[in-house]
Design a protein around this ligand. Structure first.
Ligand SMILES: [Mn+2]
Length: 404
């Protein structure tokens, strides 16, 4: 794909074998200051304390996250933050190894600013560990991390007295299942308290962030076209429907609008709205006086290799970024990505996508206990195909049609 903005396009070619390694050169592997298994064991050991301290910070109204708290939900990045190097991490989905590997890379820069684009939970194997890890990171690095809410993060509900008190308005919803029936030695009372805290925290997360130079960071996309004429003030972006659109809408190179255009029910629903580059250009033109946008980074759609710049988005570049390493179609850990994409944006420079590698030892020590057979992560593509077809991978049987 060509780029009209000068931003290096490092997205992998589409349509090939999903197991193919990304064609971009990898960053040289630098051993992390803390191994993945050490990090995981620490998070598990300290989990009660991490949630206990987070509950206190929540009650005090300061969780340590940028933009967390009372509205506005569309956060304007303060100029003090804007001069820093920003790192972008896409959907994590319970993939503790991906969180660890990416965050270890980010925090080598002590003055980092990290924007996590949302979807911390579901699909992957270690939801509660990922929740604890990001709360722990927010405490250790106050006002350096911005967590934009994802649709999976905001989808959980609690109904007192129900047989399954936790429910979700999205599928798959493994974190919700876990909260209703916790494992790994976590008691039902703790899971309930932590589930409550997670819901409450997500209620106060930003839906989108706008940088002073026009970069929009969000989970899903842009407001529905019917709303554009009403977005004449910055306060108008705080309407529930607009906030929902940021989190739930999907990007595509070829939006399917034929039926949608004449269907009022679908027009009004964030999650059924697919936008293309013409919609993005139309939105940016419609709101430019109050909300000038020049570039968009988001997650939500799961793409080959974890990064894509869909074709057509030349005037307003659009980047789709996923942080997790498991297979995006099957949720299998058995053909985990060789490299995990990380967005890096230095002050005054365009967004770059770098690829972060990890050691075989880190993969095996974290995921060996839950994946069988253990894949050789330097296996050839043919070998990988065999591993995949063996059905030995974790959650190999989940339907891919619910890809979120
Ligand atoms: Mn997602």
């Amino acid at each position: 794909m060509s780029s009209e903005s000068g931003v290096t396009d490092t997205s992998p070619e589409r349509g090939g074998d999903d197991c193919s390694p990304p064609p971009t050169p990898s960053t040289d592997y630098v051993p992390p200051s803390q191994s993945a298994i050490t990090s995981l064991e620490r998070i598990r050991t300290e989990m009660h304390d991490i949630f206990g301290r987070a509950a206190k910070r929540f009650a005090a109204g300061d969780l340590g996250l940028i933009g967390w708290g009372p509205p506005p939900r569309v956060h304007q990045i303060h100029p003090d933050h804007h001069g820093k190097t920003w790192y972008f991490v896409g959907d994590i989905h319970g993939d503790f190894l991906a969180w660890h590997v990416l965050f270890e890379t980010v925090r080598r820069d002590p003055d980092f600013r990290l924007c996590f684009l949302g979807d911390l939970v579901d699909r992957g194997p270690m939801d509660i560990e990922c929740v604890a890890a990001i709360l722990d990171a927010a405490e250790r690095y106050p006002q350096q991390i911005l967590w934009i809410v994802g649709n999976h993060d905001e989808a959980i509900r609690f109904t007192p007295g129900a047989e399954r008190p936790f429910s979700a308005i999205v599928e798959p919803a493994e974190f919700t299942d876990w909260l209703n029936a916790p494992t790994n030695g976590i008691g039902a009372d703790d899971a309930r308290a932590w589930g409550h805290l997670f819901i409450a925290i997500c209620n106060y997360l930003p839906r989108a962030a706008r940088f002073p130079d026009g970069l929009l960071a969000t989970h899903g996309g842009i407001p529905l076209a019917d709303r554009w004429p009403h977005l004449t003030t910055i306060l108008a972006f705080e309407q529930d429907g607009v906030l929902s659109d940021f989190t739930w809408t999907r990007a595509t190179s070829a939006p399917k609008k034929l039926g949608w255009k004449f269907d009022p029910a679908r027009r009004a629903t964030s999650s059924s709205f697919e936008f293309g580059y013409k919609d993005l250009e139309g939105f940016c033109a419609a709101v430019s006086a109050v909300f000038p946008i020049t570039e968009v980074i988001r997650g939500h759609d799961h793409v080959d290799g974890g990064y894509e710049r869909p074709s057509g988005y030349g005037v307003i570049p659009l980047h789709t970024l996923n942080g997790f390493g498991f297979n995006h179609l099957t949720n299998s850990l058995a053909n985990y990505k060789h490299e995990l994409p990380l967005g890096v944006r230095r002050a005054g420079s365009p967004l770059e996508i770098t690829r972060v590698t990890y050691s075989i030892d880190e993969y095996q020590t974290v995921y060996m206990p839950i994946v069988a057979p253990v894949p050789d992560i330097v296996a050839t593509n043919e070998e990988r195909a065999v591993i995949d077809e063996s059905g030995g991978g974790y959650r190999n049987g989940l339907p891919s049609t619910l890809a979120e």
